[in-house]
Design a protein around this ligand. Structure first.
Ligand code: GLA
Length: 369
């Protein structure tokens, strides 16, 4: 009896969220930013119906799969590939005339356990690693060939953070197996199988930080000088309040001076402190949830206005801007770096409604007319 009651409740909740339509009586973000750049959002396959789907269609013209197009989602335990979850999103994109950023072909944190070892658990040689992953890159690029996926993050997060470390993330199993050359290898391999119109990006976080920015510049310049086929750089943009206009501008200038296109790939703006790098959780001033009100909410809106002012000014150098998640309730920041601390990093609240920073961006764009 109890079980049936719970079941009914759960199924009616699912039904209502799928049939409820989100509030869309406001100008959508894609209309607000116009031709500046593509404007996108990170999604899961369960967002392709109900309120989430309404919000996506109203505001965005491109999407990134938050997780389901990563190697650890596609590669199955038996080594086979499963594209079903990503296909759901691609299908929705196609039905609604949207595009997608492919994310990502190679990332240390999405490498299945044992993927770089042989059946006995011994590390594969560099040649074996390349052979295995070439098969994967080829399969993915051929599977997602077509009119929807317009670019791929080929390599994600290959750089280290610390000021006194080597420029590369040496703890990555890819670095350990192949040394730094796996980065160029991945771009050359992706270019071999991607359609000509599909663009290839290097994607990383904290690229507005001067130390990491210069480190990334060095990496990208090396690739460009060596004739490696790379089209652009993705600034993840998991930002927080120490961010300044100058920091964003300097990063855009530096990377575009190499002739690379710039994408903002994972934009969110925590209301708490900066969190990347070692000891992020310990460095947090507030370990408890703060209310989204007063000076905190005001600063959040101001910062988003500043960000879009800079992005607009540089729209000739930036071709795509993507938010990392649909609304505050679906953000990974509710569990990072502190589990269960509620964050409010996006333009939409937990009821799918646009909030103050959204309207500040809209006002800014209106002021340009
Ligand atoms: C990185 C990755 C994303 C995502 C976030 C956390 O930025 O590139 O795919 O996993 O971490 O949500």
């Amino acid at each position: 009896m109890k079980g049936i009651g719970l079941l009914t409740l759960v199924s009616s909740l699912i039904l209502s969220s799928e049939t409820m339509s989100a509030q869309t009586d406001y100008t959508g973000l894609k209309e607000i930013v116009g031709d500046d750049f593509k404007i996108g959002v990170a999604v899961g396959p369960w967002h392709m119906a109900g309120e989430a789907a309404e919000l996506i269609k109203h505001n965005y013209n491109t999407m990134t799969a938050e997780n389901v197009m990563k190697p650890a989602s596609i590669i199955q335990r038996d080594g086979s590939y499963n594209f079903a979850a990503g296909d759901r999103i691609v299908e929705f994109a196609r039905e609604n005339g949207m595009t997608m950023r492919g994310h990502t072909l190679l990332w240390h944190a999405s490498t299945p356990r044992g993927y770089l070892n042989d059946a006995e658990g011994n590390p594969l040689t560099k040649e074996q690693v390349y052979e295995k992953h070439e098969k994967y890159i080829k399969a993915v690029l051929e599977h997602y060939r077509g009119d929807v996926v317009f670019c791929w993050d080929v390599v994600n997060e290959a750089l280290s953070d610390g000021e006194f470390e080597s420029i590369y993330r040496e703890s990555s199993p890819w670095y350990k197996a192949c040394g730094p050359e796996y980065i160029a290898w991945a771009f050359r391999t992706a270019r071999k199988y991607a359609d000509d119109n599909v663009k290839l990006y290097y994607n990383d976080y904290n690229l507005v930080d001067p130390v990491k920015r210069e480190r990334c510049y060095e990496l990208l310049k090396g690739l460009v000088d060596a004739g490696v086929p790379i089209d652009g750089v993705g600034l993840q943009a998991h930002w927080s309040h120490e961010l300044t206009e100058e920091m964003i501008q300097a990063a855009i200038d530096r990377f575009s001076s190499l002739g690379l296109d710039v994408h903002i790939t994972e934009l969110d703006f925590t209301v708490y402190d900066n969190f990347h790098g070692p000891g992020a959780a310990e460095r947090q001033e507030s370990k408890v949830t703060l209310p989204y009100e007063g000076a905190l909410a005001e600063r959040h809106a101001e910062k988003y206005e500043m960000i879009f002012r800079v992005l607009h000014k540089n729209s000739d150098k930036i071709s795509s801007v993507t938010f990392w998640n649909i609304h505050d309730g679906s953000s990974w920041l509710n569990n990072f770096p502190i589990r269960g601390r509620m964050d409010y990093p996006l333009l939409f609240d937990r009821e799918f409604k646009p909030k103050a920073p959204f309207f500040r961006i809209e006002e800014y764009y209106k002021s340009l007319k």
